[in-house]
Design a protein around this ligand. Structure first.
Ligand code: FDA
Length: 305
């Protein structure tokens, strides 16, 4: 894809007017295709379908860059309710969240307070909470908060992005926490000052961190739709006798559904990231920036399987 197209979609992902418009007409276009639904209860039937086919899930209430303390607190309560519903409905599901939805851009005290409430519930209910990684500006804060919480809570994980130069060092520093990490390529528009601009370098760094994390004996969520990376991982674990229960593949809801099921048949753990909520527009634009063919899928149900 051209850099211009990618930049355009990433630019559009921040457009507030379009975001507001999408909140109104989104339900029909997005539900059951790229998001579970406009709220968690309406996503449950899709999650159960996935679980019945042997796919685990992580659910994410869409919405980021929250600027109001009241909204950040509402988001916290919703997360807790989601954790309780996962247990009540016996869903095989983790929870993913973004710290900017819990007040990271408002104050550190607020985000800690909110995260601690969520983690008390997660720990009691044994539901894993993954802190998604946002843009590079927020990476240091996200990792510091993760490390602090990891000292007190077991059911917490986070994400590292292969496109950042800093990531290998972050991985080394996190090793002593024996963390469950989701490893991804990275989805935001970053400057070449902080991130590899070339896809080949991102892919090479991705392979490097997957290998390091798995050989360190830590649990990995390898979150990619890229066959080359999936094949690399399969070869790596075979070569080093790494058991299938020490890692999982992860993909986004609606992307490569056939491949997801094939991986389950081959005996791999597979987790599907199911976003829900009215704020689906920014998420969708980032997916288009990654691969414009996704629009054909979203609009017509067409994509490479
Ligand atoms: P990439 O986009 O590099 O594509 C490589 C190749 O894979 C393509 O050329 C094509 O052949 C194939 N392919 C890709 N998408 C396909 C599709 N839909 N259908 C068919 N073929 C396809 N990012 C972030 O910054 N922070 C985060 O917290 C997360 N969290 C997260 C969770 C999960 C579960 C996933 C899957 C991804 C994320 N990401 C993320 C997004 C991630 O960083 C990355 O932007 C996307 O996954 C796109 O990169 P890929 O590795 O999938 O392949």
């Amino acid at each position: 894809m051209s850099v211009i197209t990618r930049d355009l979609f990433l630019y559009l992902s921040n457009n507030k007017t379009l975001n507001r418009a999408a909140q109104n007409w989104g339900a029909t276009i997005a539900s059951g295709k790229i998001v579970g639904g406009m709220d968690f209860p309406s996503s449950i039937k899709f999650i159960k379908e996935l679980n019945n086919e042997g796919l685990s899930v992580t659910v994410d209430h869409l919405g980021e860059f929250v600027r109001s303390e009241t909204v950040a607190k509402e988001r916290t309560e919703e997360c807790i309710q989601t954790i309780e519903t996962i247990v009540a409905q016996q869903l095989d599901s983790h929870v993913s969240l973004k710290l900017t939805s819990l007040g990271l851009d408002i104050s550190k005290d607020l985000v800690y307070e909110n995260m601690m409430k969520i983690m008390e519930s997660a720990e009691k209910n044994k539901v894993m909470v993954t802190i998604d990684m946002e843009d590079e500006q927020r990476c240091q804060d996200t990792l510091s908060i993760f490390k602090d919480l990891k000292k007190d809570y077991h059911y917490i994980s986070t994400v590292l992005q292969a496109y950042l130069y800093r990531t290998e060092k972050d991985l080394d520093e996190l090793n002593s926490y024996q963390p469950f990490l989701r490893l991804v390529k990275g989805a935001y528009k970053e400057s070449p000052k902080v991130a590899f601009p070339e896809k080949e370098d991102v892919d090479n760094n991705y392979k490097k961190i997957i290998k390091k994390h798995l050989l360190n004996g830590n649990y990995a969520g390898i979150a990619t739709h890229d066959d080359a990376i999936i094949e690399y991982t399969k070869r790596l674990v075979a070569e080093y006798n790494i058991p299938k229960h020490s890692f999982e593949f992860q993909m986004l809801y609606g992307m490569r559904s056939t491949t997801q099921r094939e991986l389950v048949k081959e005996g791999y753990n597979m987790r599907v990231y199911v976003p829900y909520g009215r704020d689906w527009y920014g998420y969708f634009m980032r997916r288009l920036a990654e691969r414009p063919a996704n629009i054909a899928f979203a609009l017509k149900g067409m994509t490479k399987k």
